[in-house]
Ligand binder design. Structure first.
Ligand code: TUI
Length: 312
């Protein structure tokens, strides 16, 4: 499974872990990198010093490459962008915005920059300003999403740019990975399945909610506010959508979700908190270590690409 992405990042398998807010901390990132993929620390809305500590802790657990994901709507994004350089982080991915203003600073010190994009236009713009690759994230993904599905987005971005494309959104096994490669991707990014791995520190209620999820359990809140977010349905999504349908104000809606992800991930309140997960949660039924998950993915994908029958 050597691709342009494994060569670019110096990793064994072209499998990247999503930079999920509250979930993607150093235990998970190091677990994924040790298993041969690329682990990420999700900076989300955390202060720069938290990110710095996380990077230092990850380095104690692994000598392999890992990265940091910067959520560009964070009030701390400017400071976190500098931490990347100061701490010698090898790879940065970005989400929920355009990272152009940091590009020069990162490229000067040789950081590999991989923006997560949800449109062809942003992918082309990122290539022009020096991105090393892009993650094309379809709206099957959990959390903050764009408009297009992975099936539609990936081949259009592959056609539009010359840099490697990593597919994300709706992938949790070898079938999904093989399909992404058929669409022209050189790598995949997965979030939801990594949430339920042994190395993931999220509350057990959160893991159980994903394991028990059915295909139709996913909801998107915030379409009216311009911040669509995918999560598993519960009291929070129900209340949110009722308010949204009744024309509630941005402030009222924000109040409902504020701190919602922390409530679910840390406190285990999966009724009133925000249980962000991708649509593929319905297919995630087994808990395992990062190593077992990556090995399973690699062997399934390998067999499928060679034409073997893997799934009954
Ligand atoms: O960023 C993500 N997923 C996220 S961020 C997040 S934290 C959050 N929580 C609540 C509300 C908002 C954020 C949870 N999940 N994925 C990458 C991604 N980026 N998906 C979509 C985009 C995106 C969307 C619009 C990137 C750029 C963009 O426009 C930028 C521009 O200026 O054109």
């Amino acid at each position: 499974m050597k691709t342009e992405v494994t060569r670019l990042l110096g990793i064994e398998y072209p499998i990247i872990q999503g930079g999920m807010a509250w979930v993607a901390e150093y235990h998970l990132a190091a677990g994924v990198s040790e298993a041969g993929g690329l682990g990420l620390i999700g900076a989300a809305s955390a202060p720069a010093d938290w990110v710095r500590d996380q990077v230092r802790e990850a380095k104690k657990l692994t000598d392999k490459p890992f990265g940091v994901n910067i959520m560009l709507m964070s009030p701390y994004a400017d400071e976190v962008a500098k931490v990347i350089v100061e701490e010698g982080v090898k790879v940065v991915t970005t989400g929920a915005g355009n990272p152009e203003k940091y590009m020069k600073m990162w490229k000067e010190v040789g950081v590999k920059v991989i923006p997560v994009v949800a449109s062809v236009a942003l992918a082309k713009r990122m290539e022009r300003c020096g991105a090393d690759a892009v993650v094309a994230e379809g709206c099957e993904a959990g959390g903050h999403i764009g408009e297009n599905t992975t099936m539609v987005l990936v081949p259009q971005i592959v056609d539009a740019v010359h840099i490697p494309v990593i597919a994300a959104g709706g992938i949790a096994d070898g079938r999904g990975a093989a399909a992404a490669f058929m669409l022209g991707a050189q790598g995949i990014q997965m979030g939801t399945h990594f949430v339920v791995t042994d190395e993931s520190i999220v509350h057990d209620n959160y893991k159980e909610r994903i394991i028990k999820a059915k295909d139709i359990d996913s909801r998107v809140t915030g379409r009216t506010t311009g911040h669509p977010v995918r999560a598993l349905r519960n009291e929070m999504t129900k209340k949110y959508m009722e308010l949204e349908n009744n024309g509630a104000s941005f402030e009222e809606l924000e109040y409902l979700t504020l701190g919602g992800l922390r409530k679910a991930v840390v406190d285990g309140d999966v009724k009133n908190g925000s249980v962000m997960a991708g649509q593929i949660a319905g297919m995630v039924k087994e808990r395992m270590s990062c190593k077992e998950l990556i090995q399973k993915l690699v062997s399934e994908t390998d067999a499928l690409v060679k034409g073997a029958k893997v799934y009954e």
